[in-house]
Design a protein around this ligand. Structure first.
Ligand code: GLV
Length: 276
């Protein structure tokens, strides 16, 4: 059983004992595992989709709201005994209600984020490699947009893509330049989806307004500049960390391993061709 901090590249998988038949990951993302290398060795890989969807979407919203309304700054301001009086522009932020939300990656978690946005009467744009069926778009109230249109029009950009070669640095200098100066970027997907150095520059130079980040390129190391900027809200990769969801993830991964060892088909195979 593995966690996302366990790097299982082709080199490690190549050295595994031949009795190893399954890698049961306790996470939905499995970019830490070289799945083709596992498949070549006949090793099944499983993950934990579904059980963390709502919890992760909740946290994307926590970061979105915190970054929009400067919650950590306000908290630190009060704690530092800087609050002397009410001021018309004290810690003024960005409105969420009625704004435009742009979602990259409209899978389970992206859709759960979109459902919450409807309560805030937001206009919802999304971009994904695959377009949703029309009835699902309609149910979510979400419109498909090109990457460029989404970046130009969104007040909030939230990332929900898996880390793949095609999504590495999906948000880099060019993309940040397309965003509004008032825009907020939220990343609860994977750190390398964003070029962290380019993001730090954009935040420092006011090219975008703020960011809410749960994931980083070199966890647990964070680009130093990001930690110095007031307009960045950071968390240590905890989007799925509710007590109940972390239990569900653990039980699901254990269930996958147990099913396999008992000769039945695990519920969440990533490379089911190994079972064929
Ligand atoms: C957490 O990041 C996960 O992929 O489950």
């Amino acid at each position: 059983m593995t966690q996302l901090t366990d790097r299982l590249g082709a080199d490690v998988i190549g050295q595994l004992d031949s009795t190893v038949k399954i890698i049961a990951q306790v996470a939905v993302g499995y970019d830490n595992i070289d799945v083709p290398a596992a498949t070549r060795r006949g090793i099944l890989v499983t993950n934990t989709p579904g059980v963390l969807t709502e919890t992760t979407a909740d946290f994307a919203w926590a970061l979105l709201m915190a970054a929009a309304r400067r919650v950590p700054e306000a908290h630190n301001f009060v704690h530092a005994a800087k609050w002397k009086t009410w001021l018309i522009d004290l810690l003024a932020g960005q409105d969420v209600y009625g704004a435009t939300l742009g979602i990259f990656g409209m899978g389970r978690i992206g859709q759960a984020v979109a459902r919450r946005a409807r309560g805030f009467k937001m206009r919802i744009l999304y971009h994904d490699a695959v377009r949703l069926p029309a009835d699902v778009e309609q149910e979510l109230g979400a419109s498909f947009a090109s990457k460029e249109d989404l970046l130009r029009e969104a007040d909030f950009v939230s990332l929900h893509v898996p880390l793949l070669p095609e999504t590495r640095h999906l948000i880099g200098q060019a993309e940040l330049r397309m965003m509004k100066p008032s825009a907020v970027l939220v990343n609860t997907a994977r750190g390398p989806v964003v070029d962290e150095a380019a993001l730090a520059d954009a935040l420092e130079n006011g090219r975008i307004w703020s960011a809410g980040l749960d994931v980083f390129e070199r966890e647990p190391v964070i680009e130093e500049k990001l930690l110095r900027l007031p307009n960045v809200v950071v968390a240590p990769h905890i989007a799925s960390a509710s007590i109940a969801t972390r239990k569900r993830m653990s039980m699901m991964a254990a269930g996958n391993a147990a099913a396999f060892l008992n000769g039945s088909r695990p519920a969440n195979p990533v490379n089911p061709e190994v079972l064929a």
